[in-house]
Structures are given as structure tokens and as C-alpha cells.
Design a protein around this ligand. Structure first.
Ligand SMILES: Nc1ncnc2c1ncn2[C@@H]1O[C@H](COP(=O)(O)OP(=O)(O)O)[C@@H](O)[C@H]1O
Ligand SMILES: O=C(O)[C@H](O)[C@@H](O)[C@H](O)[C@H](O)COP(=O)(O)O
Length: 188
């Protein structure tokens, strides 16, 4: 599959919302790299979250920069025929999504378009899904703090209004259904 421009699809949403599940389906469809954003945290962020302490904005900026730059590099890598890369990253607030775009613009000569898929569901569903996700540093007591600060994209951020964001309600939907809905709304 080929596209006319370099595209990074950031699959976001709070813990347990299905980022990895949907990102893997999209990466298989586009035959492109998938980068797990959690693997790009500095050790001090992992240590903090493992103790159950939510990150502050100051903890997040450098991580988001890394997310922007690593995914952009994968996107433009000469071996990546799709010119698409998928990265998972919670992107909970509008300023984080803007920071990712800014970091990419500042540091790369290639122009990259970002698409922000924001998966969301109820707090009850998130608790249930995080409990079913073994071996992750993010425990369920952090979900409430993520849920309370998250900004589901709206208004000018939406693709349908000329922006880059696509909110997807995942409540009572199977991953395959969410993936199909996402794919057709992205129009890539
Ligand atoms: N649409 C869905 N409905 C129900 N469970 C889901 C759905 N998507 C993912 N899950 C399950 O929820 C858990 C968390 O999914 P995951 O993709 O790891 O989310 P995230 O990467 O956002 O933390 C996993 O056990 C996964 O199988
Ligand atoms: O799936 C998850 O477990 C989370 O989404 C996880 O990715 C974590 O939240 C961030 O890496 C920390 O960053 P935030 O505090 O900004 O979500």
C-alpha cells in the first residue's frame, strides 16, 4: 500500500482503551512499522508510574518529543514502502497533540502529517480492561487521573473540520469493528 505523503498515525487514549490492539491491526493493514510509545519513556517516568504517581506535564514533554521524532523517522525510512508509521501514545490533552506536531516540524526536514486517533470509553470499561492487561507498569489506580484530565478531541481539532484528530468511542465494540471504523474515517 502506498500514500502520497508521509503520515504518522498516533493511536491514543487512556490506559486500557485498546491502543495497542487497534494500532497492531492498523499496522498489519498498512504493512508499516508500529512503535509502542511506552517503550520511549525515560527510566525516571517508568519508575514514577510504577509507584502509582501520575506524570506531570514537565515529565511528559521530552517523552512526547521522542514519540514525534522516532515515529517520524520510521515513517520516512527508505525501507518503509508505506510511508506510514503507527505509534501508540496516550496524547491525553490537546497541548500534547500540538507538542508532537511542533517537535516534528522543528527537527525534521521531511514534512510529516500527523493523524491523532483518540480511543475512549467509560471509566468502568477502562478499569475492567486494565485489570485484564497483565505485566504493565500502569496500574488501575492511575486510570482515574488519566480519565479526569483527558481532552477528547473536538471542534477545530477534528478531521471533519480540517484538523487531524479522530475520536472513536470504543464502548461495546469489538476491536475489528473499531479498526474498520477508524480506517474508513482516516481516508488514507
Ligand atoms: N474493544 C475492546 N473491547 C474489549 N476489550 C478490549 C478491546 N480492545 C482491547 N481490549 C482488551 O483490553 C486490554 C487492554 O487493551 P490494550 O490494547 O493493551 O490497550 P492499551 O494499549 O490502550 O492499554 C487487553 O486485554 C485487550 O485485549
Ligand atoms: O496504556 C497505558 O498504560 C497508558 O496510556 C500509558 O501509555 C501511560 O499513560 C503513558 O505512557 C503515560 O503518559 P500519560 O500520563 O500522559 O498517559
Amino acid at each position: 500500500m502506498t500514500t502520497t505523503s508521509n503520515t504518522v498515525i498516533v493511536v491514543g487514549g487512556p490506559a486500557g482503551t485498546g491502543k495497542t490492539t487497534i494500532a497492531e491491526l492498523l499496522a498489519a493493514h498498512f504493512q508499516c512499522p508500529f512503535i509502542e510509545g511506552d517503550a520511549l519513556h525515560p527510566p525516571q517516568n517508568i519508575a514514577k508510574m510504577s509507584k502509582g504517581t501520575p506524570l506531570t506535564d514537565d515529565d511528559r514533554w521530552d517523552w512526547l518529543k521522542e514519540v514525534a521524532q522516532v515515529s517520524a523517522r520510521h515513517c520516512t525510512d527508505s525501507t518503509n514502502k508505506a510511508n506510514i508509521a503507527i505509534v501508540s501514545c496516550s496524547i491525553l490533552k490537546k497541548v500534547y497533540r500540538e507538542h508532537i506536531k511542533k517537535c516534528s516540524e522543528e527537527s525534521l526536514s521531511d514534512k510529516i502529517q500527523f493523524k491523532f486517533v483518540f480511543l475512549h470509553t467509560t471509566l468502568e470499561h477502562l478499569f475492567e480492561r486494565v485489570q485484564n492487561r497483565p505485566g504493565h507498569f500502569m496500574k488501575s489506580d492511575m486510570v482515574s487521573s488519566q480519565y479526569s484530565i483527558m481532552e477528547i478531541p473536538c471542534g477545530e481539532e477534528l478531521i471533519e473540520n480540517g484538523g487531524e484528530a479522530l475520536p472513536v468511542d470504543t464502548t461495546d465494540k469489538l476491536p475489528q469493528q473499531i479498526y474498520q471504523e477508524t480506517l474508513s474515517a482516516l481516508k488514507l
